[in-house]
Design a protein around this ligand. Sequence first.
Ligand SMILES: O=C(O)CCC(=O)C(=O)O
Length: 239
Amino acid sequence: MGNAEQMRRYSKDIGIEIAVNSAINESDRMNLFDDTDIFTSVNPRKEVFDVPDAELMLFEGFFSKKESDIYYDVLLKQTKWKEADLTIYDKTHIIPRMVSWYEDKTNPGADPDGQDWIPELLAIKARVEAETEVKFNSVLLNLYRDGKDGVGWHSDRTDNFGSNQIIASVSFGETRPFRLRHKTMKDVPLVEIPLTHGTLLLMAGTTQTHWEHHIPKTAKNILPRINLTFRQVKRTFDL
Ligand SMILES: O=C(O)CCC(=O)C(=O)O
């Protein structure tokens, strides 16, 4: 079974419609996630971004091509994806992507709707923890079904995550540009990072306080992308 057919089946399994571009033939499609030579290197390519008020570090090829293909397939098929909504000024909007939330049940005040960790997610978490020497207790999975899915400018909430949190972002599937802009220093250039299959991006220090990020939509006919943001959730309670 070719990738296009697999993709159609997975999309049917998880109840989403994925546009199939008839102009892309089967062999091109099978090589879609092979179009980079980063996987030929033994060690991931590491890049530290020299920008004010942020600590940003990228590991391209953090997961090998083989690992990335397996995790992509498993997460696409086995995740209980759901639509989420966002209320702004009393108006509720469906957000253009699907999500799934996992959190340690032992975390005080843990979201009761959190899914149960699956072995593959625990394995990804362990690799990220070994690299960062940080323990994460939760992860948000985002599924961008096609170019119509994206995420608008925002920074990750710091109220129940604690300040100066570290966020470890892992991407599988279609490469999408991840854009960052400084919230107040308008002369600081926009940063654009293509998040390729198997990439790990670390955002630490005051990144969330001073910067916003987004994934733009695109009219291009593209395949799905899965993003995982590992977090350290510390919930606060009114006693
Ligand atoms: O998909 C991404 O790389 C970013 C996801 C994101 O911004 C978020 O989960 O808050």
